[in-house]
Write a protein that binds this ligand. Structure first.
Ligand SMILES: *Cc1c(COP(=O)(O)O)cnc(C)c1O
Length: 363
């Protein structure tokens, strides 16, 4: 870890906190944020924790024009013993650097970024909500800041971490959602940026989501960009199916985002000795399994919702109802196990849960 000093500029005034039992997703932000800048001459410099505030940038800053940017998403929890807990945060920092590499953004020091995050969490500890289903969502991100409207990698960047106390991602909670299989638009292609967490992927997905919403569906199921046959993801989540006792998830192929929740579920299923395969799977196979009465459960997975059961798939004019539109036993068990490990109410045989030491240490 590089030997940086994090400058602390703390607010003496604190915002009024929202009602923690009525939180929406991603609408409220805490009192402070972490910032660090990059220039080609200095590398990453001036790490600091400052009051949460707007960012002033030149209108020519490259982020506004060509979207050279990456982000991450993870959560902090407060245990019954008032310990700040994180879930596999090193995976997020490593993935941030994989996204950086794809977007030609200079790498960050992963250990230092995690250290900085912990310091910010200690400062903002009383923003971590504790009601069922709530947590403090963490959004690290990097933007290109050089004022230049040529298409090239920027020479300057800003890394920021902001925090947002959140309730359930879907207002339906762990209840199943209806999903429309997207036939026209695609999210990502082989060789594109689908396996990086970068803004353009999400901007490009809004149209399909908007159209699905109009038809009464919460999200879309994305098919592959080439043949529009093979299943990739659901909304901005990874996707799993349980067919005749076997759990199937699309194999990582370069256009699917490598989710931390996805990886955790694979490890849990292996630990429970339940059959799990990662493979290329077509929508036709899902339809056939449904016709044969073998499609037992389907669910999306991601940090925000953890597990989001799929109650219905709309495909080629047909409505495929899954488990009578109810949450299946495996979906529920996975949700309870993962959230139990995250919040400290269950044992963690994998060493996934990280306790944040309670003092601000300036290394
Ligand atoms: C972030 C994300 C996921 C889920 O990743 P987690 O690490 O489990 O939160 C899945 N798909 C897309 C497109 C994502 O952006």
């Amino acid at each position: 870890m590089r030997d940086y000093q994090i400058d602390m500029h703390l607010n003496t005034e604190r915002k009024q906190k929202p009602a923690f039992d009525q939180l929406q997703f991603g609408r409220n932000f805490t009192d402070h944020m972490f910032i660090m800048d990059y220039s080609s001459e200095e590398g990453w410099y001036d790490p600091r924790i400052v009051p949460y505030q707007p960012v002033t940038l030149d209108p020519a800053a490259m982020i506004f024009h060509y979207g050279q940017t990456v982000f991450e998403g993870l959560k902090a929890y407060l245990s019954k013993e008032q310990q700040i807990l994180l879930f596999r945060p090193s995976k997020n920092m490593a993935r941030l650097n994989r996204s950086n590499e794809r977007l030609c953004i200079p790498k960050i020091d992963e250990a230092f970024a995690l250290h900085a995050l912990k310091q910010l969490l200690i400062v903002e500890k009383d923003w971590i909500p504790t009601s069922e289903g709530t947590s403090l969502y963490i959004r690290p991100f990097i933007i290109s800041t050089e004022p230049y409207i040529g298409v090239a990698p920027s020479n300057s960047y800003r890394f920021m971490i902001i925090l947002s106390p959140v309730g359930a991602y879907y207002k339906e909670g762990i209840n199943p959602v209806k999903i429309s299989v997207e036939q026209e638009y695609v999210r990502a292609v082989q060789g594109g940026t689908g396996n990086a967490k970068t803004a353009g992927n999400y901007a490009g997905s809004l149209k399909a989501q908007e159209m699905a919403n109009v038809d009464g569906y919460s999200q879309v199921l994305w098919l592959d960009g080439k043949e529009k046959k093979y299943i990739e993801e659901v909304g901005s989540m990874n996707v799993f199916f349980k067919i005749k006792g076997e759990v199937i998830t699309p194999a990582l192929n370069g256009s699917i985002l490598d989710g931390v929740t996805r990886d955790s579920i694979i490890q849990l299923l292996n630990y429970w000795n339940l059959p799990l395969v990662e493979k290329k799977i077509s929508m036709e196979e899902i339809d056939q399994a449904h016709k044969d009465g073998h499609l037992e459960e389907a669910f999306g997975t991601g940090t925000a919702a953890v597990i989001s059961p799929i109650g219905e798939l709309f495909w080629k004019g047909e409505k495929l109802s899954i488990n009578n539109g109810e949450t299946g036993p495996l979906s529920r068990k996975l949700y309870e196990t993962i959230t139990g490990i995250q919040t400290g109410t269950l044992e963690d045989p994998f060493g996934w849960r990280i306790e944040v030491a309670s003092e601000v240490v300036n290394n």
